[in-house]
Design a protein. Structure first.
Length: 485
């Protein structure tokens, strides 16, 4: 917001002109986002790097400064916060730590997660380290804190939440610590999106090729000649399921069906739909983009998924609702800017398919929230990027996690469901607390037909039979639900 204001109005008018700027920020959601990202990144960093001993110290020539002071202590802190402290003294079994006006005693229990037992080995005298504050109390005039050792994560992340109906950004986190890095990973970081790109491929297939949730795709080995010989993609679990419907392909995030779908609709069509949905990058015209080889920002991905929640209308994200001068006159007022991106029935079918990802698929952990959530996980090669973008009719949020240096991995098996999704769940639980349950609006030309797990028409009551949405006229009447690929 500050950068926009400086560009449009100039520094003098901003800081001396009495402008009053109303942003779209929701303070409660922002607090929830800050907490979810910070705690999630610390958790992930421990898993990715293990314990990394703190290296900071306040000592000069073996002496403490007078007074001992850290910038963290200028702001009030409470139980639940992470605050840097200074080790005043330590031995094998105990360290005394100062945090502002409080003192804490740190023993083997408070460092247990590090795998170490000797306190002075990891917290020598003078060390500056972060601590999670469990409680604060005052006894006999002494301020006492109960803390557990933490570590500052190297792993980074971003979270953005917006209103799909207006594009108003409700919360934004651009990284672990603004003081450490001003780079905003929600709006500036172009990262490979992994399987979070697959819904865009299937959107093109539904709208351009008449695909339905019951269309059968054969999940079987394929190979393509390339400059390095042969490209033979595989599924995440190195297995093949044979003929499966689109619904199962997207719920289980199968790679081969996504590649075959992009091949069927055409790579250029896939790129066209990525741009229709608001992704601004230059995507390479190759089939691997079906698996997320292209790059996008968190804001772009949230805007794309918001289109599914908003009946095919893509809203331009906005950060400012209005600006007034010192007399209260309106200087600028934002109006939601909409663009027809996809048809309403396509958007509904995609939202319905992505509901299945949460109900039965790779994002099933989010089912614990007991809300009508739709979304998609994403993971890149070597586990360098983890994604989850999820939504309900009134809110969409995306989370990305990874290292700034793309060569660094979060560790084998650390996919989007294990890295980004837990952060998203923590945020969503707070952001939607007490909010009414809303269902996605069903367009008039959507019909529901009972089909079995293989996409064939089947009466309800048959094992695996469920109601599936179709654009009127595309519903299956025979085996295959639209043919095989």
């Amino acid at each position: 917001v500050r950068k926009y204001l400086e560009r449009e109005y100039g520094s003098q008018r901003i800081y001396q002109g009495g402008l009053r700027v109303h942003t779209t920020l929701d303070a409660g959601m922002q607090r929830a986002a800050n907490l979810a990202v910070a705690s999630g990144l610390r958790r992930l960093d421990r898993r990715a790097r293990g314990f990394v001993p703190p290296t900071g110290s306040v000592l000069t020539d073996g002496r403490f400064p007078d007074p001992i002071h850290l910038d963290d202590w200028d702001r009030p802190f409470a139980a639940g916060d992470v605050v840097r402290g200074v080790v005043l003294a330590s031995d094998k079994s105990l360290a005394v730590v100062q945090l502002g006006d409080y003192q804490a005693r740190v023993g083997p229990k408070e460092i247990e997660w590090t795998g170490k037992r000797i306190v002075s080995d990891i917290l020598p005298r003078g060390t500056v380290a972060p601590f999670h504050v469990e409680s604060l109390a005052e006894e006999n005039g002494k301020k006492l804190a109960k803390v557990v050792l933490e570590q500052e994560p190297k792993i980074e992340g971003a979270l953005l939440a917006l209103d799909p109906k207006t594009g108003a950004v409700k919360a934004m986190v651009g990284g672990y610590d603004f003081e450490r890095s001003k780079f905003n990973r929600s709006t500036q970081a172009m990262r490979q999106v992994g399987s979070a790109f697959k819904p865009i491929v299937y959107t093109a297939a539904v709208e351009k090729a008449g695909y339905t949730p019951a269309t059968i795709i054969v999940d079987a080995p394929i190979s393509f000649p390339d400059n390095n010989g042969v490209w033979a993609p595989h599924n995440y679990d190195f297995t093949f399921l044979g003929p499966i419907p689109v619904r199962r392909a997207i719920e289980q995030s199968r790679n081969i069906p996504a590649i075959k779908t992009l091949q069927a609709v055409g790579v250029q069509t896939g790129i066209e739909y990525a741009h229709k949905l608001g992704l601004m990058g230059d995507f390479p015209p190759y089939l691997p983009i079906a698996l997320g080889a292209g790059e996008a920002t968190v804001m772009e991905m949230c805007g794309a998924f918001a289109t599914f929640a908003n009946q095919g209308l893509r809203m331009k994200p906005m950060l400012i609702s209005r600006i007034t001068d010192r007399e209260g006159n309106i200087v600028e007022e934002a109006r939601p800017l909409a663009k027809d991106a996809i048809r309403a029935e396509t958007a509904y079918i995609m939202a319905n398919l992505l509901r299945g990802v949460v109900e039965r698929g790779t994002a099933v952990r989010a089912k614990s929230l007991k809300r009508p959530i739709a979304g998609k996980t994403g993971t890149t090669n070597d586990w360098t990027d983890g994604w989850f973008i999820g939504f309900e009719p009134s809110l969409v949020a995306g989370v990305w996690v990874g290292f700034d240096e793309k060569k660094d991995s979060m560790g084998r098996g650390q996919d989007g469901a294990r890295t980004a999704l837990p952060i998203w769940i923590d945020f969503w639980a707070e952001a939607m607390k007490g909010k009414p349950i809303e269902e996605f609006s069903v367009p008039a030309n959507i019909v529901f037909v009972p089909v079995d797990g293989a996409g064939r028409p089947a009466p309800l009551g048959v094992p695996g039979a469920h109601m599936e949405p179709f654009v009127a006229g595309s519903e299956p009447r025979a085996w295959g639900g639209g043919g095989k690929l």
